[in-house]
Structures are given as C-alpha cells and as structure tokens.
Design a protein around this ligand. Sequence first.
Ligand SMILES: Cc1cc2nc3c(=O)[nH]c(=O)nc-3n(C[C@H](O)[C@H](O)[C@H](O)COP(=O)(O)O)c2cc1C
Length: 307
Amino acid sequence: MTNTQRQRQHPLRDAADHALDLVETPRAVAKQHDDEHAPFVADPRQYRCDPAAIAFQMTVGRQDRHFDVLRFQRCAPVSKMCVLAGVAGSHSYSLSYKLIPRVNAMKLLHIDSSVLGPHSVSRQVSAAIVDRLRQATPGLEVAYRDLTSTPLAHLSGSHLAAGQGAVPEAALQQDLAAGQAVLDEFLAADIVVLGAPMYNFTIPSQLKAWIDRILVAGKTFKYGAQGAEGLAGNKRVIIAISRGGFYGAGTPAAVGEHLETYLRWVFGFIGVTNPEFISADGIQIGPEHREKALAGALQAATNLHAA
Ligand SMILES: Cc1cc2nc3c(=O)[nH]c(=O)nc-3n(C[C@H](O)[C@H](O)[C@H](O)COP(=O)(O)O)c2cc1C
C-alpha cells in the first residue's frame, strides 16, 4: 500500500507513521507492522485481548509556531508507550497520547429451555431481554445455548465417580467435556438470561440437567465454617418465566409454585442473591390473556436497566 493510499484511508495516519519512525526504538518487524497497519478504531473494547489502547491527539503547526489541534482520535493499540515529536519540512507535527484502560467486553449467556420452539412464550421474552441488553451495552458478547436442541445428559453414578477421579469410559468422556463447557461458559458470563417455562409445577428437566452441571462444589459454591457459600455472586441473572396458571401469593395454587421459588433458591445458593424475574402468567387461560401476558412481559424486557 502506498503512502498516498494510506493517507486516503485516514488523514492522520501518514503523519503518525512518520512521527513514530522518528522517535521509536527498534522493535520486531512483525510487531511494528501490526501496530502501524492495524485499523483505527472507534471503541477500545474491540481490543479486549490487548492491555490497553491509546488515544492520540495530533497538532500540526507551521514555522510561525501557530499550532492547531487537528483531531482527537482513538487509535489501534500499540506495544509500548512513546512520546512522539517530529519535524518535517516547514510543518511541525506533535503527537501526544493517553492510555485508555483496558475495558473487557461484557459477556452475556442466553439460555432457553422450552420445548415449544417458536410457540414458546419464555423464548420470546428471553430474546427480548437479550435484545434490550444488546442495544444498551456496546460490545456485549452473547453466547446462546438451547437446552432442548442440544440437551445435556442427566447425571449418573458414572459422572459422580469420574468427578471423584475414576477414569471415565470413552462414551462418558464426550459428555463430561460438554458439562465442562457448560460450566466454563456460565463462569465466564457477566449476565445470564434464562428462559424458564413451568412444566408440571417446576422447571423443564432439560434445565435441571443444566443446573446439575453448574452447581459444582469448589466452582460455584463451597462449604465453609458458616455453611454453604456461593461463589458466583458476580453475575446478573435475569429469568423469563412463563406459566399456564396463576401462582401469586394468596392464590390456591401458590403452594404448588416450584419454578420461581426453586430458581431463586438455586441462584441464591451459588451467590446470586437478587435474580431478576420477568413473568408471563396465565398463558393457558385463553388467547386474549396469553396476548396480554406476553405483551406485558415484552414491555418489562424493554424497561430493563442496562448491564
Ligand atoms: C408439558 C407441560 C406442562 C405444563 N405444566 C404446567 C403446570 O404445571 N402449571 C402451569 O401453570 N402451566 C403448565 N404448563 C403451561 C406452561 O407453563 C405455559 O404454556 C408456558 O407458556 C410454557 O412456557 P413456554 O411457552 O415457554 O414453553 C405446562 C405446559 C406444558 C407443555
């Protein structure tokens, strides 16, 4: 690429390269190429693997010492700090910088567990929650897991034995790897959005199989002198629940509610003491009520506060 071509791509680029050439100490050729040819970026969060990005301010002046700040521009990350000043022809270039601290992108884990596919209420609501957070959180990384299309096996004695150090049979090894992947993605998440329908008064069995893989001693909870202690309290958990009937306090069915109460307990056990719930209730009462409950839940999703 010629200098002219590069200048067309970014007006500051050529002068910045020139100033870098003047003052930087020698460095590996490959690294130098990476630094100088990486694109200018709008948001340092794109560079979450790098220690920091650098913001450059550039002034260009003439010999009469009249300097103008041309632009302030976030720039691709560079390998080291450097103070840049150069003189070229009758124009002076001065480049100052400030470090932009590394900002890790937020990670959201989106999980669905309804068996009703596109007819599912909880799936629509969980998707609306994720959409809302995506819009409100620049750079949000979203991972998705569908527990019905890719179900986890139920725990068995062999799983527990493998956890105690027994050598697993070949058939079990793949499933253990899947369980480890599930645990790792849960631990990595800052936000968990869970679609949880009520089936037979509680969660779907597919969701229970997932919970069995994330409630792991030493990873998400531990037992100490004070009893159980949650280790996963650094997460925001938002749960979209959908129920055919009504289970509010004071209703005859309240005692049969083992969906929200169960999930509150499970997440509290691992340290998430304030899970947020958005509910669509009375889905089976009739079409009109279903529409109203769904609309209310979708509206609640759009009102969620940002990550
Ligand atoms: C297998 C099955 C069991 C259900 N059991 C209950 C129940 O115990 N109590 C209830 O209020 N609704 C029950 N329902 C109704 C669902 O909770 C309701 O349809 C809800 O919208 C399901 O969420 P989904 O649409 O995301 O799958 C059941 C539905 C199914 C398919």
